[in-house]
Design a binder for this molecule. Sequence first.
Ligand SMILES: [Zn+2]
Length: 168
Amino acid sequence: MWRRCAVSCRADRVGLGPVGLWSYHAAIGARPGRPEGGPVSDPIPMVDYLVLGGDPHLVAHECTSCGARFFDRRNACASCGAVDSFSSVDIPTAGEVRAFTIVKSWTGGDDYVPAVVDCGGTSVRGQIVNTPPDPEHVKLGMKVRLTTYSIGADSTGTEAITYGFEPA
Ligand SMILES: [Zn+2]
C-alpha cells in the first residue's frame, strides 16, 4: 500500500500500511505526531456501528440462527439464545419514521426529535435532523435517509461524527 506519510517524517510515498508506518518511523527514529499545520486525524464515528467514508452507513450484528439484528456487541442472541453466531450486515440508509417525539428544551437550547426509523426492516434509533423540529415537518411514515454530522472536535482537531436522519 503506497501512501503519503502524514504523521511526522513527510516521506512522499512510503510503501507501508498504517502498522508498517509505525515500524518505519521507529526505524528512522521519527516520533509520529501531527506536524505543524499538517493534516489532522481522520474523523472518528461516535458509535462503532457507524461506518464513515464516501458512503456512510450503519452495520448491525445479525444472528445467523434467527436473523435478529443488534447494534451493540452480543455474546448470545437475545431472541433465540444462539451463542457467538453473528455476522455483520449493512443497514439500508433509507427508512421510514415509525415513532418520534419532539423534545422541547427548557434551558434555551435547540428542540430535537429522537425517533425510531425502519430501515429495510431494521429498527434504528436516531434523531431527525435538517428539518424544523415541529409536527408540521416531522410526521409518522415520512421517508428519511441517513446523514452524518460533526458534534465537535478535540484539542487536536479530530472530529467526532454521529448520524441522524433527514427528510428524503
Ligand atoms: Zn437468534
